[in-house]
Design a protein around this ligand. Sequence first.
Ligand code: V55
Ligand code: FE
Length: 517
Amino acid sequence: MKEKRDTLNRRTFMGGTLGAAAGIGAAHWLTGPAEAAAAQQGPPGTSASTGPGLYRLEADVRHCEVRGAIPSDLNGAFYRVGPDPQFPLVDGNIPFDGEGHVSMFRIKDGRVDYKSRFVRNDRWLAQDAAGRILFPMYRNPSMDDPSVAGLSRSTANTHIINYKNMLLALKEDSPPSAMDLLTLETLVPNYTFDDLLPSRTFTAHPKLDSETGNMVAFGYEATGHGSDVVSMFEFTPDGERVWDATITVPYVGMLHDFAVTRRYIIFYVIPMAFDAEQMANGGIHWSWDSTQPTYFGFVRRDGDGSDVRWIEGPTRSATHVMGAFSDDDRIYVDVEMSMSNPFPFMPMRDGAAWNPVAGASHITRLSVDLGPSTPQSYSIEQMYPHQGALPRQDDRYNTAPYRYGFLACPDPYAESRREARACYARFDHQTRQDTLYRSEEATSLAECCFAPRSADAPEGSGYLMGLATRNDQNRRSDLVILDAEHLDEGPVATVMLPMRAPGQVHGWWVPESQMPG
Ligand code: V55
Ligand code: FE
C-alpha cells in the first residue's frame, strides 16, 4: 500500500486553494472533484475505508438564495455529475470509480431550485440492497461479486446530457442510464437506444452536429473488455440511427473523448493503456505506458470505416477536446495536452513516480495536413500558457469552426503559484487573447459550462456558469453565473447553497425549450 500512500501525499501536496484552481497535474480533479476525491480518501496515512468524506447527501433546496439577479433570458437547467462512492472505495481503487451523483440547478423566471440524486441504476440498486460494494475495482469485472454477473457495471458518473426528453448519465464502459429531467428519478437503468446501440459501451463525450442536431457518438472496447474495436454511430434527435461503422485501434488506450468535424471523426490514442496483467492481479483497467507512442486517427463520417488513417506521434496525454474543425486542407483538434500521465492516481507501468509538471495540461492545437494521401505526422502547437483541464466551448459549435473556448485554470498572471486564484478563462482563438474571471480567495472552481442567450445568439454570447467551492466555509458551494462576454466583471448572479454540493466531473446546460412542459 505504499503506492496508495504516495498518491495521497501527492494529492495533499497539490491540495489547498491553488490546486483547487485546476492547475496542477490532476487538473481534472482539482477543479473540484479532486478535492472531493481527496476528502473521500481521507488525510495522508488514513486508509480509504476509514477516511472521512463519502458525500451521499441527496438534497432538495427550494427557492435558493441568490446574490445579484438571475438574468431574465437564462431559463433551463444546469446539471452536474461526479463520482460519489456509495460505500468506501477499497484499497487500490481510484476516485473514478465512485457511483454517479447527479445534481441540478433548475432556473426559471428568476427562481432557482436545487436537487441532487444518485443514479439508481443496476449497480447502485444491487449494492444498496446488499449494503456493501459488489463491484470493487475500476473497470475490472473479474473482481465482481458473483451475484452481479451480467449486470451493467456502469457508475454513470462522468458526464450528463439530455436526449429525447431524458437525462443520460454517462460512463464510457457501459450504456447510459436515463433519468427524468425534472425529478432525477432513474427511468431506464441501462439505456440501449431501443436496442439500436451497436456497441457494449457508450462514450461520455457524444457530440451534437452543428447543422443537423444529430448526436454523433462512439463506444470503445466495443465488443468487451480490452477489445480493440471502436464502434461509431449517429442518431437523429428522435432516436433514429442513421449511420454506424467500426474501426480498430493500433493499441487499446483510453479513448475518453473524440472530435467530430463536418467530414471526419477523429480519435487520439494515448498510452493510458489497457493493462491485462494488472487486472489479473486484481488492479484497475489502465496504467500509463511511457513506451507507447500516440496515434492520431481520422475517418470519414459517411464511410464504412475502412478509410481510417493512423498517424504516429510522440508520447503525450490528451483527455478532452475543446473544439475541432476541418477544411479542405487540414483537420484541427484543440485538446488539453500533457507530456505524461495527468492523473496522480493512475499507476505508472514503469514504476516511476507521478510527475506533476509532466502531468500538467495546456490547451494545444493538433493538426494534420490532408494534402498527402498518407500524412506522416501531426503538428502540436501549445496555444496558451494557462494550465488546466476540462476545456469547454459553445456546444452549438461542436462540429463547426469555432472561435471561443472556456477553461477553469489558476490565474496565469499571479505573482506566485501560491497566490494564484481559481479563474475561468475565455479564449478568443482569432486574437489569441484571454479574458479572466478571478474568483474569491480560498475558492475552487469546477469545470464551467456555457449557456447561449438564445438559440440563435452569436457564438459565445450568453452565460458561463460553474460551481465554486468555498474552502474557508466548510466547503459550501455557490453556483456562479457570469456574462460570458464580460468574465472580468464578475458574477451577474451567485446561487448560494447552504451546504457543499457533490463533486463534479462534467456539467451540461439544458435550455428551457428542451425541458419538459
Ligand atoms: C475520465 C473520468 C472517468 C473515467 C475516465 O476525466 C476518464 C476523465 C470519472 O470517470 O472513468
Ligand atoms: Fe470527460
